[in-house]
Design a protein around this ligand. Sequence first.
Ligand SMILES: [Zn+2]
Length: 300
Amino acid sequence: MKAMLLLVLLLALLAACAPARPAPVELVQITASPTLAPLPTRAPTLAPAAGPTDTSTPPPSPTPLPTATLPPTATASPTPTRTPSPTPIPLCKERFPADDDLLALVSHDYGLAADYRPGDLVPLGDTFPSAVTRGYPTQVRAVIIPPLEVLIAAMHAEELRPFVVSGFRSYYDQNAARQKWAEQFPEWAHNISALPGHSEHQLGTTLDFSTPDLPYMVGEPFIEFHPAFAVSGEGRWLAERAHEFGFTMSYPDGKYEETGFNYEPWHFRYVGVELATELKESGLTISEYLLAAHGAPCRP
Ligand SMILES: [Zn+2]
């Protein structure tokens, strides 16, 4: 009887324990194992993925940095930017405008390769008299000669006497010019002169104009660039009408915040009549327009 009771008790105990333990445990294990399984599998996959990327990324550390900087600007496309960034988007200072593109963005941030020079440079002296060239060996792109001829003729017709102080400037010439400015005006050099590779003059479509009146206006016999050009007959005419001939003033008054350059009433770039007129009417500078219209063409 005692033995029977013990046996029953033991069986009851076993019965109480047995179903209680296996059932929940198995249930938990069945539901838990599939759910848990992918998690550990995914986690390790992520970890190694991040690992190699991290270890391979540190050497070219400049690459991830601009990639991280670009998405915030173009908020909509963080993923597309990330994918092409390693190779197709060149550094700003390594750009060669395709087919001597007339609308290449050149600014303090967006520059040109040191070896870039347009393929159709011609001496200004082949077309214009020394009254216009001052006898300087200035070169410009052939594509701007016809519109420049029409513009100069229109100015001559109004008894104005514009001359061209500079046209195409190579990367190396710009370097020399910048150094000269930096020596003379260390604090202002950045606002009045671009770093090599960052001057629109390297495009061959940009001209600096002057007037024989400037030395008298400023009181310095050899001066060729001065903001006073803006109030000369030539300066006023160009500001008012250059767009009709396809030229735009790149650094107008009051645009320092946008362009990073002081007012340069003598500096005009050829962009075609249609765009020059659009810029004149909108008040946008060419660099503002290009940045808004085409976005970042390279990694700054
Ligand atoms: Zn200039």
